[in-house]
Design a binder for this molecule. Sequence first.
Ligand code: MG
Length: 256
Amino acid sequence: MDLIKTKEQIAIMAEGGRRLGAVLNVLRKEVRPGITTLELDRIARLRIEAGGDKPAFLHYRPAGAAKAYPYTLCSSVNDVVVHGQPSHHVLREGDVISLDLGLRHEGLYLDAAITVPVGPVSSLGKDVRALLDATEDALYAGIAAAKPGKRLGDIGYAIERVARNAGLSVAEGLTGHGIGESLHEEPSVFNFGERGTGMVLKEGMVLAIEPMFTLGGGEIVQLRDESYGTEDRSWAAHFEHTIAITAKGPKILTAA
Ligand code: MG
């Protein structure tokens, strides 16, 4: 795997990203009280396959994992941070759900996530609304720092700063990543950091940037279904885009 992608590869990833963003938009509209996360998973799989693409998470086995992942979607509800497995769990008004989805288009991977309210946004507490807003703001702050000549630490710094200013914690031990011919490539993209430190960012790098913030502490624990939840059961949010670093600056590939 090469950290620097060609213009042709980035063009393919832009098309794959457009498709992924469109599927996430469909899912966003399907989220409502009474739906199960398995139903959302089914919709995601059908939509991805209808486009001739492959779900990226289905049958994916991360290094060190006991089993391959059996679903298309990661659906993480409330205090679950990431890797929540779809189930017969019924969503209720006032919940929040992180929809994390990846696909492979013409051999190249894309990865993106949104966290959305179940029911009207007014059904969420003020603190949860602020959590969602700040985590999404942090995604765009991190993306804005992804320019040629900057460093990985600049992205992490920009993300962490938003969490600090909002009184939130960065979920520990979970990071973004390079992406392309594999779902997870070098480098790890930390959600904290120091300006001017780490790998120099270059034109042609493609990164999945994904802040994960919590309302309480940053400690996370692995749950029974191999998902990760907050240790203190505080609620979490997660937003992610796959972006390419171009001479003109960051280009979001997974916007619909
Ligand atoms: Mg990712």
